[in-house]
Design a protein around this ligand. Structure first.
Ligand code: FAD
Ligand code: SF4
Length: 465
């Protein structure tokens, strides 16, 4: 059979249509497309792709099942090691993980592993059999309770593993809905919330208890959890503290952190105001500062709120943008206007305290810095102005001190992230484990899931002692 050099293309909605609503952009493969793509796999003996997957999905095995048209079995194969395949198939940066190591990728385009993962997950959901994989191995250790703080992908994975091993698991979540960034950050058009809700419901069916509106460190302390009878705790609280630029004008009306902007829109459904009670400012011209996934999501949300112009402002060039390539392409197709080598120096307000413009210094690129990317350097005296009424700052996030700051003896690094023993994921406090963004800083869904899984394994071993 001749080698098919390119990945089967992902069908997606037309840019002008999709930029006006929050419906999903990518449509997913048909069975024929999935078969075409699966047949590109070489089924390599050494399976290098698996090494690129933080949760160790047996990739060739599930692809083989697709070639045999055993779509449900393929889904169950992934579920053996990954709790959230429908999520990962949509948002994981496969191009930097499994697909980066794919043998096909050495000469041609790698196998579309993520697209195939999405296909079988959607198939299982349509067949309403996604829950058939739930592990009901409860009983043996049920006399022990464990607490999971935070319901992001890391917390959900840890809870699933711990419940599967027979512990009584309670997830304490600060917000009113489970999923972490999957529900408050990543927009509906990339990851429909229904998918996250189904996964949460599946976990609930295995007996995991969810306590919402409970901020550990405020509503309850960590030590109270132990006095309430929990034998061990997993901390998966993410890194959701917004960073700002520290420039004049950031306190003006119309300036948002990406965190607030996206939470209003995604979790609180502000785009359906007044049907939902949280509003978001009507936008004419918006500037979104930053070059990562968060910036792309914010810019594309601003477009969908009917902004006339959405400018993305990034201090390096397109090559250095950390956002996923396909999302940069999607944003450009939808009408986001990219402006590279610019760094905001001032946000200018009107007499009523509302944003009216943003001034940016022009930049050039120097030698690579510690991140490996070329360092942006200010070109003295050269500026660009943007007439905007809304500015969204998406330049990263840090560790929220609400919980770590209230626990004596919990070792933190100089940025406020929790220090752990990388072998056991245990913190400086016995029986308190941690993982995900609160340990590594902002990373990825799958790395948080990998951490949750590893920590759960260590907790299971400890509590069985
Ligand atoms: P989180 O998902 O941050 O969840 C932490 C949870 O803990 C939250 O629900 C929070 O409310 C809760 N919490 C916090 N403090 C407390 C407390 N004291 N008590 C109780 N609960 C608490 N990654 C990708 O792989 N692909 C992408 O396309 C992608 N896009 C992204 C887009 C956006 C807008 C953002 C913000 C991030 C994106 N990421 C992406 C990164 C990814 O979402 C995160 O790395 C991942 O969600 C981290 O998971 P986590 O489990 O560590 O924490
Ligand atoms: Fe298939 Fe690529 Fe994995 Fe080889 S490396 S088994 S080609 S997915």
């Amino acid at each position: 059979m001749p080698v098919i050099k390119k990945k089967t293309e992902m069908p997606k909605r037309g840019a002008s249509e999709r930029a006006t609503d929050f419906e999903e952009v990518a449509l997913g493969y048909s069975a024929e497309q999935a078969l075409d793509e699966a047949r590109r796999c070489l089924f390599c003996k050494d399976k290098p792709c698996i090494k690129g997957c933080p949760v160790g999905v047996d990739i060739p095995a599930f692809i083989k099942l697709i070639t045999e048209k055993k779509f449900l079995e393929a889904y169950l194969k992934i579920k053996e090691t990954n709790y959230l395949p429908a999520v990962c198939g949509r948002v994981c940066p496969q191009e930097e993980q499994c697909e980066l190591l794919c043998t096909m990728g050495k000469k041609f385009e790698p196998v579309g592993i993520g697209r195939l993962e999405r296909f079988v997950s959607d198939f299982a959901y349509k067949e309403k059999t996604s829950e058939t994989s739930l592990r009901r191995n409860r009983g043996r250790l049920q006399n022990k309770k464990v607490a999971v703080i935070g319901s992001g992908p890391g917390g959900l994975t840890a809870a699933g593993e711990l419940a599967g091993a027979g512990f009584a698991v309670t997830i304490f979540e600060a917000l009113h809905e489970a999923g972490g960034v999957l529900v408050y950050g990543i927009p509906e058009f990339r990851l429909p919330k229904e998918i996250v809700r189904k996964e949460v419901e599946n976990l609930r069916k295995t007996g995991v208890d969810f306590k919402y509106g409970c901020v550990i460190g405020k509503t309850k302390t960590l030590s109270q959890l132990f006095s309430d009878g929990y034998s061990a705790v997993y901390i998966g609280i993410g890194a959701g503290l917004p960073k700002f630029l520290g420039i004049p004008g950031e306190n003006l009306n119309g300036v948002y952190s990406a965190n607030e902007f996206l939470t209003r829109i995604n979790l609180m459904k502000a785009y359906r105001f007044p049907e939902y009670i949280t509003p978001v400012k009507k936008i004419k011209n918006a500037a979104v500062v930053g070059g990562g996934n968060v910036a792309m999501d914010s810019a594309r949300c601003a477009l969908r709120l009917k902004a006339e112009n959405v400018y993305n402002i990034y201090r390096r060039s397109r090559e250095e943008m950390p956002a996923r390539k396909e999302e940069i392409i999607n944003a450009g197709e939808e009408g986001v206007k990219f402006n590279f080598l610019l760094n905001p120096v001032e946000i200018i307000g009107d007499e009523k305290g509302f944003v009216r413009a943003m001034k940016c210094a022009k930049m050039k690129l120097g030698e690579p810095d510690e991140s490996g990317r070329r360092r942006p350097i200010v070109i003295q005296g050269e500026f660009s102005m943007f007439e905007v009424d809304t500015v969204v700052i998406a330049v990263g996030a840090g560790a929220n001190p609400l919980l770590p700051g209230t626990v004596s003896g919990l070792k933190l690094n100089k940025w406020g992230y929790i220090e752990i023993n990388p072998e056991t994921m245990e913190t400086s406090i016995k029986n308190v484990f941690a993982g995900g963004d609160i340990v590594t800083g902002s990373a990825t869904v799958i790395s948080a899931m990998g951490a949750g899984k590893k920590a759960a394994g260590a907790m299971i071993r400890r509590l069985a002692e």
